[in-house]
Design a protein around this ligand. Structure first.
Ligand SMILES: NC(=O)c1ccc[n+]([C@@H]2O[C@H](COP(=O)([O-])OP(=O)(O)OC[C@H]3O[C@@H](n4cnc5c(N)ncnc54)[C@H](O)[C@@H]3O)[C@@H](O)[C@H]2O)c1
Length: 341
């Protein structure tokens, strides 16, 4: 049994706590820590049978019975907590992104190498049954030579403005999952990025220095072109679709909904809306990513989403940001060179 400590029990920390207790075999949550621990979070922990609740994460890092930690704090704490946990001898699962700063991510990569511990990044969509079905078909050669990859990724509602201000911008907060999906589905690397963005949802997002709507085209190392379509608000729910088109055919996924019921009447045909947001759509994927992390620890195998998989989408996000700012295609080579990579 792998004993886990969760650092940060906001939205995603609680998702992991609940999914581990319901679905993950071979692991249990021994302790949680959050500087803003209150009666409600203690009651939440207690409802899952977690009795050790701390305001100081060091209590988790100093506990020799804890094998691994999940870092689910706000993003600005991910890299310092990752390094501290690795140095304390813990295996680390870190929510995305590792950091907004490439320099800090490089420090984490170094700490992973020195520690020899497992490090997995929270790109949960790789564990979604639909995306995985595409990846499996593409990797088996069923699509032939890849030509076009299309990803639609729209949220049902934008986050609060206070979150937008510290999010690192749409590309490092939201599109980062789609950049990871492009790498995962294609098995190729991104070489060039051309992005156009605008504010169509909420002028406050613009005032906070961000955009809420974007189209990003990406040239890949395998010759294919990918296009990502993002919006912070879709009135019908969480829109998560993808297609890979190639010389032997195309494979596409559509949204999951709560049922497949379709009403047909004299005015038309009505189906269920997509599942509302990430908690509804990806609950099983969140459990499966922790299952994979635990399996890597138990079997001493590499993690399936490693620290480099955490670095690449941040580089792509910085290229996309630069592309919007400078109205030009930006190569990943240019970004890598700027950071000595
Ligand atoms: N993979 C996904 O689908 C997904 C979904 C949501 C959020 N996230 C990521 O998870 C992270 C947290 O997002 P959230 O929505 O849960 O935010 P949140 O604000 O709901 O929760 C963050 C929690 O971290 C705590 N915290 C802050 N500093 C801490 C520290 N030093 N030690 C311990 N706890 C600390 C806060 O008190 C808060 O309870 C973000 O980086 C976000 O990008 C990932």
């Amino acid at each position: 049994m792998i004993n886990i400590g969760i650092i940060g029990i906001g939205r995603i920390g609680r998702v992991h706590g609940e999914s581990i207790s319901k679905y993950v075999k071979n692991a249990c949550v021994k302790a949680v820590a959050d500087p803003f621990l209150n009666e409600s979070s203690k009651a939440w922990a207690s409802s899952l049978g977690i009795t050790e609740t701390y305001t100081d994460h060091k209590k988790i890092l100093n506990d020799p019975a804890i094998d691994a930690v999940l870092i689910c704090s706000s993003t600005d704490q991910h890299s310092p907590l990752s390094i501290e946990a690795l140095q304390a001898g813990k295996h680390v699962f870190c929510e995305k992104p590792i950091d907004h700063s490439i320099e800090k991510i490089k420090e984490v990569l170094q700490a992973v190498d020195i520690s020899g511990k497992k490090y997995q990044v929270g790109f949960n969509r790789r564990f979604d049954h639909n995306f995985r079905a595409i990846q499996t078909a593409v990797a088996a050669g069923k699509i032939g030579k890849q030509q076009i990859i299309k990803i639609t990724s729209r949220d049902p509602e934008p986050p609060p403005i206070d979150y937008v201000k510290v999010s690192g911008g749409i590309f490092l907060d939201m599109t980062i999952h789609d950049f990871d999906m492009v790498r995962y589905l294609s098995g190729a690397e991104v070489e060039e990025v051309y992005a156009a963005g605008s504010v169509t949802v909420d002028p406050e997002i613009g005032k906070a220095g961000d955009i809420d709507t974007a189209i990003i085209t990406l040239k890949l190392s395998n010759g294919a072109t990918a296009v990502i379509d993002n919006c912070r608000q879709a009135c019908y729910g969480y829109d998560q679709r993808a297609e890979v088109f190639g010389s032997k055919g195309a494979i596409a996924i559509t949204n999951d909904s709560s049922s497949t019921a379709v009403f047909s009447g004299k005015d038309g045909v009505l189906a269920e809306k997509p599942l509302y947001f990430f908690l509804e759509r990806y609950m099983r994927a969140y459990a499966d990513e922790i299952d994979a992390f635990v399996e890597a620890i138990v079997k001493d195998t590499p993690t399936v989403v490693n620290a480099n998989d955490g670095l690449e989408p941040v580089l792509i996000g910085l290229a996309a940001k630069k592309s919007v700012e400078e109205h030009r295609p930006v190569s990943l080579k240019e970004i890598r060179q700027a950071f000595g990579l």
